[in-house]
Design a protein around this ligand. Structure first.
Ligand SMILES: Cc1cc2nc3c(=O)[nH]c(=O)nc-3n(C[C@H](O)[C@H](O)[C@H](O)COP(=O)(O)OP(=O)(O)OC[C@H]3O[C@@H](n4cnc5c(N)ncnc54)[C@H](O)[C@@H]3O)c2cc1C
Length: 453
């Protein structure tokens, strides 16, 4: 029996309801717009679970940056949960040391002289390049340093380094911030993220943990769209026609088709390449050049009472444990006044460590992470809730050495098809994904208001 095809028309179809697609669709809300989302929930890589006063971000961890994302948070009056004054720490050889001052860290943590010298060399390599990447990108020197780092792998910071501690730390930084190994990625992204952390984390604009988790905003945007957002509707193809696009997808009634004047495709690069048949070679190469980091995350709601040693820390690097970092999602709630009982912690492993963990069952992962978390904080014995596991095969995009040159192609529309997603901008992030969605929607609005020829 052949299934019948439901067909309808609209002005604009948005494919994908991650932050890029949601921002695009809400910017177009005066138009006839339909959003097709493959999953059973909106938000994509943004996901938060909530319990009582606490929440855990199981997808996007921190909100940071400027532009449409922050404007949307403000417009919807979502408390930003500022992290000003909160600190980061390193747990090494069983001792936790505040890393707010990287130089003090070198002397206070348990390391041999050889490890200290090796780490100082790694830090010096990062700090020598980082300031150039913070200059105006048009600056001649900035361009030269960037071109050099784009061509090098991030493992250049480990050249000649023999210390296992230094190697473990660089791997764990790369794993926890990008979800990949230093050998996989061009040095640029690594140096920018590590440079900011090593110099002045307070310089990261709007570094925060929005109230209720990052999903608070995506839930509001999804609710604003109402029934224009169609969940469980995976798109199979988006093709150009003479006067617009035709989008084939599937919903609970079977195969369906929408004809529209424009489409915004806001899906990860590996999906885009599959649903856009007949892509010009330049776009195909640019999509192929994008890789994604991998993470395994386990979130734990906790039931401790009274002040704890991690209360003022947002992140603790744990390069010698089965997870590489612990993020404290309750940090934004800790201020003056009585501390609420309980808390919310998330343990992260990225890159090759995540690849190995993918081979285990959820139960095995939780058992390992629980044992290591208790070795770090024995006072949590009997106070850890059930571990909530997420396996992410797409964290943030990264580019191999020499791979980033193709990126500008993906900022150009393909006739009536506009692209959006975190891969479009220089330092992929939630804020960049949101900006790309708004930007695509504004381009669509401008194109629709131009007289047809
Ligand atoms: C664990 C984790 C931690 C992170 N931490 C941070 C952080 O601290 N700070 C930060 O700035 N960024 C962070 N990120 C990155 C950030 O989450 C992403 O950059 C951002 O969410 C990407 O948004 P997007 O809309 O481009 O893509 P996505 O969120 O991936 O949205 C794409 C949507 O398209 C849908 N889709 C896929 N295929 C189809 C199809 N065929 N048809 C229809 N729909 C489809 C998907 O289901 C999804 O909803 C993190 C990501 C992860 C996974």
């Amino acid at each position: 029996m052949t299934e019948s095809l439901h067909e309808h028309t609209t002005d604009v179809v948005v494919v994908g309801a991650g932050i890029a697609g949601l921002m695009a669709a809400t910017t177009l809300s005066d138009r006839d717009v339909v959003v097709l989302e493959a999953g059973s929930r909106a938000g994509g890589r943004v996901e938060s679970v909530r319990r009582g006063d606490y929440w855990i971000n199981l997808g996007t961890q921190f909100t940071e940056g400027t532009g449409p994302l922050i404007e949307a948070l403000e417009r919807h009056r979502i408390g930003m949960g500022t992290l000003a004054g909160k600190k980061v720490a390193l747990a090494l050889h069983g001792k936790q040391v505040d890393t707010s001052n990287p130089f003090a860290l070198m002397f206070r943590s348990r390391m041999t002289l050889r490890d200290r010298v090796a780490l100082a060399a790694v830090g010096a390599r990062i700090l020598a390049a980082a300031p150039f990447l913070q200059l105006n990108p048009g600056n001649r020197l900035a361009k030269r340093v960037r071109a050099k780092l784009d061509a090098l792998s991030a493992s250049y910071v480990l050249r000649g380094i023999k210390s296992d501690v230094a190697r473990d730390m660089v791997r764990s930084w790369s794993g926890q911030w990008m979800g990949c190994e230093p050998e996989e990625t061009a040095a640029t992204q690594f140096v920018v993220s590590m440079g900011i952390l090593l110099t002045d984390p307070a310089k990261v604009p709007n570094f925060s943990l929005p109230e209720g988790g990052n999903q608070t905003l995506t839930d509001i945007l999804a609710a604003d769209l109402g029934d224009r957002l169609r969940l469980n509707s995976p798109v199979r193809s988006v093709e150009r026609t003479e006067d617009g696009v035709v989008v084939d997808y599937h919903d609970e009634n079977g195969p369906a088709r929408i004809r529209a004047r424009r489409a915004i495709v806001a899906v990860p690069s590996d999906v885009a390449i599959k649903i856009l048949p007949g892509l010009p070679a330049g776009y195909r190469t640019a999509f192929d050049d994008i890789h994604y980091g991998r993470y395994v995350v386990v979130g734990f709601f906790t039931s401790e009472e009274g002040p704890q040693q991690w209360d003022d820390y947002i992140a603790v690097s744990t390069p010698q444990l089965s997870f590489q970092a612990m993020f404290n999602h309750a940090a934004a709630l800790r201020g003056p006044g009585p501390r609420k009982p309980g808390g919310a912690l998330a343990c992260f492993a990225g890159g090759a460590v995540a690849d190995d963990l993918f081979k285990l069952t959820d139960e095995e992962i939780v058992t390992r992470f629980t044992a290591d978390l208790l070795s770090l904080y024995p006072e949590l014995e009997g106070k850890l809730g059930e571990g909530i596991v997420r396996r992410h095969h797409r964290v943030v995009p990264f580019w191999a050495p020499g791979g980033r040159a193709s990126l500008p192609t993906l900022r150009e529309h393909l006739g009536p098809i506009y692209l959006a997603g975190d891969y479009q901008l220089d330092m992929p992030s939630l804020a960049d994904a949101a900006s790309s969605g708004e930007r695509a929607a504004k381009q669509v609005l401008a194109s629709l208001s131009r007289p047809a020829h």
